[in-house]
Structures are given as C-alpha cells and as structure tokens.
Ligand binder design. Structure first.
Ligand SMILES: [Zn+2]
Length: 139
C-alpha cells in the first residue's frame, strides 16, 4: 500500500513535468495506462516502477532537447524576420508545440536572404537588417 502511494506520487510528478514540457501527451497517457495495467498484473511492482522511471526520464530528456532545438530555431527565425526573439522564445517555453504552430502561422511571410553586410539571415522585403541595422537595397 505504502509502495503504491509513493509510486502514485512519482507518477504524478512526472506527469506534471510532461505537462510543463507539453510533451506529446497522448503518447504519455497511453504509456501510463499501459504501465499501470502491467503493474496491476505484476508481482514485481518495484522493478517495473524503476524501469518506468528511466523510460519517463528518457522521454523527458528527449522532449527537453527537442524543445531547446525548436526554441533556438524560432529565436533565429524571429530575429531574421524582425520580430522579438525573446518574446517568441518565451511563448515557446510556455506553449511548446502550440507556440511553434502559432509562430509558423503568425510570422511575417517572405523569402529569407543573407544580409549583404553581416551575412545573417533577414527577410528579403526588409529594408533594414535586424542584425546590423544596415540599410539595404540601393540597387
Ligand atoms: Zn546585417
């Protein structure tokens, strides 16, 4: 009984973390259900709990890595398109996948070209480079 309670609290904490990271929740839910089902049928609840903890840890780390990569990409893309990188990274931090979708829908559209002065990416239609402030386009 005591073991089950501890396991339940552990599972709850991991679920909260997953929620915070906005992980693919459906997968996590399926996994949790499957694990709970297997635990119910298993005599070795402790061993299974350990395995499940490691699995969840890996899942969280992979999600964290993906989230960081996406945040870096969004920051660069936002900067190149003349938007506030900090604002969008913050949005990505709290909304994760949803933030990415909002960014992809809301970002200024247009071709990305390299600045002639600093070689950083910028929106082709922008007259001033968001990186170096160089006025461009006197053809
Ligand atoms: Zn530039």
């Amino acid at each position: 009984m005591r073991m089950l309670n501890r396991y339940g609290i552990c599972l709850l904490c991991l679920l909260c973390l997953l929620l915070l990271l906005a992980a693919p929740l459906v997968v996590a839910q399926d996994l949790e259900d499957a694990l709970r089902e297997s635990l119910r049928n298993s005599e070795e609840a402790t061993a299974a709990g350990c395995g499940c903890g490691i699995l969840f840890l890996i899942l969280i780390l992979v999600n964290l890595a993906i989230a960081i990569i996406l945040m870096v990409w969004v920051a660069k893309d936002a900067k190149a398109r003349g938007e506030s990188a900090a604002l969008w990274v913050l949005l990505m931090f709290f909304l994760s996948w949803l933030g990415l979708i909002i960014w992809l829908l809301a970002r200024p559209k247009g071709a990305i070209v390299a600045c002639q002065n600093c070689r950083n990416n910028k929106l082709e239609s922008m007259t001033r480079c968001p990186h170096c402030g160089q006025e461009s386009g006197t053809p």
